[in-house]
Design a protein around this ligand. Structure first.
Ligand SMILES: Cc1ncc(COP(=O)(O)O)c(C=O)c1O
Length: 400
């Protein structure tokens, strides 16, 4: 006992925290702050933080809700019934899928939280989860925190950044517990045809794998393209859950709100995990979310029209500098190869920040296999985007 006390000379964080790879978005925030402290006028094209305000009707409802003392207590864990009903109606209206609001919906304190908690709810130490590379970080971090082992499948440009199921060895498929997908995709901008979603569902059914589909960008789409809900695919209800976010759809990043849908058993287990950790989405935010889902669609259209206009300018600007930067039908991202003379995406990111004051996200933030790319988020007004390309030209930035 005395020996043990003597050996315990410092308070160390848990292995699970020490083992996590550095969260590159936190590192980027530090780089940005250092540049600002040096007096640089930083143009931040890195994180996918929508630059517009939350639509006015949503703010109005929240202001009323905050004044109601009934909303000051603990919220309903699952989400109030009116919100779950609004979610189910929204899924019917926007994606033509039927969701039972009583048992098949769980509200989230942001989709990120839900994606981490579903991995905790289903992953035992040593379990294998299939994860695309590149991926939005939490698609992998939840698995790591739970002690699981990610099996990475590369999203290849020649396959339009769709997962090639034949890249997954049969022994991995047999052992895998969960399979995470995200279309429209962050960071590649790729979209998935229904036939691909059907193939993934069939694959998960064959090997009895829980499919987690991340539809954070379900509404960030252009030129008449509409993404599919996984539940528009035959048999998906048996093995899939779908996760949604209010962040990009309604400019609500800071409100922290999202939802998960799926069959009763899956939602109950997510709920059980969450109810041990948090108290659910604030009732004030829940009221705001009901308004977001039921207000006129024109507010969402206005947000997407703004991105659409920027897409043209960003694609042309990069293509003029020799980069291959095609526009995608969805998301607010461009996924571009770093100039070949750079050894890593972080080197290129630091070089750009140093020479031009422009901050982009290095591909390495999205996985070990993605260090040859960078991501640009179109979250700045057009004047800033034009300023970015002026600075690139002055600094001689080119694809070479
Ligand atoms: C693919 C993807 N999933 C989930 C999220 C998280 O969304 P939220 O803000 O609701 O936590 C993001 C946010 O950028 C994302 O890009």
């Amino acid at each position: 006992m005395t020996q043990q006390i003597l050996e315990k000379t410092e308070i160390k964080p848990a292995e699970r925290l020490l083992k996590l790879p550095k969260y590159i978005f936190a590192q980027l925030a530090e780089l940005k702050q250092e540049a600002i402290d040096r007096g640089v006028d930083v143009i931040d094209m890195s994180i996918g933080n929508p630059d517009g305000a939350t639509p006015e009707p949503v703010v109005k409802v929240a202001l009323e809700a905050i004044q109601n003392p009934q909303n000051h207590g603990y919220p309903n864990f699952r989400g109030k019934i009116e919100l779950r009903k609004a979610i189910s109606d929204w899924m019917k209206r926007r994606y033509n899928v039927e969701i039972d609001y009583k048992d098949e919906v769980q509200t989230l304190i942001g989709e990120k939280e839900g994606l981490a908690n579903v991995a905790l709810a289903y992953t035992n130490p040593g379990d294998i989860n299939i994860i695309p590379d590149p991926h939005y970080p939490v698609l992998c971090r939840g698995t790591l925190i739970a002690g699981g082992e990610p099996y990475f499948v590369k999203l290849k440009e020649e396959n339009r950044f769709l997962i090639d199921l034949s890249d997954i060895p049969t022994d991995i498929a047999k052992k895998a517990k969960m399979f995470f997908i995200n279309y429209p995709n962050n960071p590649t901008g790729a979209v998935a045809p229904k036939s691909f979603l059907q193939d993934v569902v069939n694959f998960c059914k064959e090997y009895n794998i829980l499919l987690v589909s991340d539809l954070a960008y379900g509404e960030v789409c252009f030129s008449n393209y509409r993404p599919y809900s996984i539940f528009s695919v035959d048999g998906a209800k048996d093995i899939a859950m779908e996760f949604h976010s209010f962040t990009k759809t309604f400019n609500m990043a800071g409100w922290r709100c999202g939802f998960a849908i799926g069959k009763k058993e899956f939602i109950s287990n997510l709920y059980a995990m969450k109810s041990n950790i948090d108290y659910g989405m604030s009732t004030i935010v829940q009221d705001a979310c009901i308004e977001a889902l039921t207000m006129d669609d024109k507010y969402v259209k206005d947000i997407m029209d703004k991105y659409d206009a920027r897409r043209e300018i960003v694609a042309k600007g990069f293509n003029d500098l020799g980069f291959y930067a095609p526009r995608s039908d969805a998301t607010m991202y461009f996924w571009i190869k770093i100039p070949p003379r750079f050894n890593s995406s972080m080197d290129f990111c630091k070089y750009l920040l140093d020479k031009t004051g422009v901050l982009i996200t290095p591909g390495s933030a999205f996985g070990r296999l993605s260090d040859d790319r960078f991501r640009v988020s179109i979250v700045q007004p057009i004047l800033k985007i034009e300023e970015m390309f002026r600075r690139f030209k002055e600094a001689g930035i080119k694809y070479e």
